[in-house]
Every structure is written in structure tokens, then in C-alpha cells.
Design a protein around this ligand. Sequence first.
Ligand code: UFG
Length: 327
Amino acid sequence: MNILVTGGAGYIGSHTCKALAAAGFNPVVYDNISRGYERAIKWGKWVKGDLSDHAHLVRSLIDYKIEAVVHFAAYIVVGESSSDPAAYYQNNVLGTLSLLSAMKQAQVKKIVFSSTAAVYGTPKSVPLTEDHPLEPINPYGWSKFMSEKMILDFQRSYGFQGMILRYFNASGADPELEVGEDHVPETHLIPLVVRAALGGKPLQIFGNDYPTNDGSCIRDYIHVSDLAQAHVLALQKINTSNQSGIYNLGNGSGYSVFEVIKVVEAVSGKKVPTTIVPRRVGDPATLIANSSLAKAELGWCPKYAELETIVKGTYEWELGREFRSGL
Ligand code: UFG
């Protein structure tokens, strides 16, 4: 079964292509390489293309006999979305509309969508369940919210089947280190803590005055290969049933910034240099997922739930960076 993977050259996209291939699907990566890497396309063909190119999307869906789409391609930096909302609405919202319309035209009606906990905004209570009110607090979250809405409307009006997956904090690297996290600029906590341990810039801790045990923010870190597996399960579900669904994907346990630093120090055997700086705008104190629904309905069972395993993956990936850059 041929699956179009938009953003398949990116972080979660490339890990998902590996999981899809292992499960017997044929991924076809649709990516413009604006944020991803050609070297991360290791499973399946690459179609160089932009989401805004509706005609190219329709042609690709038909030419490659695509039966379902996994849609990752999007901008993901929360801060950047506030300084340049137009880029986020253009790429994420209009890009998704272009994709959905192309799918409608090509009669491809199954989609698995990469969404985010950012659609919830500031939690009213944790752990978050899927019925928590959706009140994003930044354009990135709104762009994903609007994309979700379009998918729900295409389900209602055109018979689409959609699986909306709301990720918490994606992290770690492929256990075989065939792919990993390579954002530029990197803004995510775990790679930045690891880089600080390896002699990079001291980690800036964004606030130590939150209403948490140690004053730093708490997040639910989920291994990227476990996220990838959820996409495989979601695809299998839409292939074997007429169901659609919305699922949170997290481990259900939260770690503070200071706790993450401790784990990185234990894994690396090195002290992490830090400085405390003011809070980053738009950071909720605590984000923890309730993922019972994904477990019950998709049979999802995270394999790499330990924070230590996640950190070890990032550590090894970061250690290999110099080696890979010489390739
Ligand atoms: N943090 C620091 N210093 C840093 C980087 C991060 O203290 O240099 C803190 C943040 O304040 C936050 C935590 O570490 O409390 C995690 O920050 P990340 O930037 O790694 O992740 P976020 O929780 O901000 O956001 C991530 C994804 C978003 C997604 C969100 C959903 O990047 O795309 O999870 O939960 F929307």
C-alpha cells in the first residue's frame, strides 16, 4: 500500500517512514526540503514538492497510486509563529487545505494528521484528555487547530477518514541511529541540554518560578519511534475500519527542566552548565497527556517510555553529529 508522507524528510516524518516500511507499507516522501533533509529520506521515493503546488500534489497522488496520506509538513516553532504568523497560516493552514483538496480531487480519502498538544493552550487540568477545551495561545497552535477543523469537515462532507494525532513533547532518536533530530535552529529542551553537556552553550532555563515542585516547567516527553508506531497503528485502523479518531500521544508522566538536566548529567557523566533566564512567552507550567484512548482504540503501547532511554538516544545522536557532518 503506497502512502504519501508529507514532511517525510523531517524529524518525526523520517522516523515514521522507517516504521511504515517495517510494517510493509511503501512510503513516498513529499517534501520541499525547506526544513527537512534529503539524507533523512531512506525509506521510499522522494517527490520534491511544495504543499502549495496543488496540481503537483494531485499528480503525485495519482501517479504513485497513493491510498492514504500521513501529513507532517508544517512549520513547528512556537516563538517564530508569533513573530511571523502569516508564514504559519500560509504554510500550515493553506498547505493543509491544498493537500486536502488535492486528495479530494484524486479520490484519496484517508489521512493521518500530525497535530499537537499546543491546540489545548493553557491546561485547565492535567493529564489532558482529548475532550479538553481547545484554546490555543499562539499562531502555531491555531494553525494546527484550523487544520484539524478542516479535516473534520472533510470527514463530514466528503467521506474522508481522518486520524488526528496530538503529540506531546517528541524527543529521542531512532534506536539504530539511522535518523534523529536535526532542527535548525534547535529550540527543543533535550537536544539543547545534551549539547550544553557536550561543551556547547550553557542551557538557558526559561523560568524557575512556575507553580511546580522545583519551579521549572513540566513536560511529557515521548520517544519519536513510539510516535512513529502510532502512525502505523492509525493507518492500520483506518484501513480495517471506517473509523476516524483524535488521539493524544504522550507517556502520561511529566518531567521538569531540572529533572531532564539530571538525567542528561547521569547519561553523559558530565555537568550541564545552566543559567536561569526569564520565562519564555506562552509556556504553560505543566503539560501531561492522558493517552488511554490511543492505547484502547489503536492498541498503542510505547516501548521507550523511560526518560533515560529517550535522553540516551539524543545523546548518541548528538555524539555522532560531527562524524555525520564529515560524510
Ligand atoms: N526550555 C528551557 N530552555 C530551553 C528550551 C526549552 O528551559 O532552551 C523549557 C521550556 O520552557 C519548556 C520545556 O523546556 O518548559 C520544553 O520546551 P520545548 O521547546 O522542548 O518544548 P515545548 O513544550 O515548548 O513545545 C513542544 C513542541 C511544540 C508543541 C508542544 C506541545 O516544540 O511544537 O511541545 O506540547 F506544540
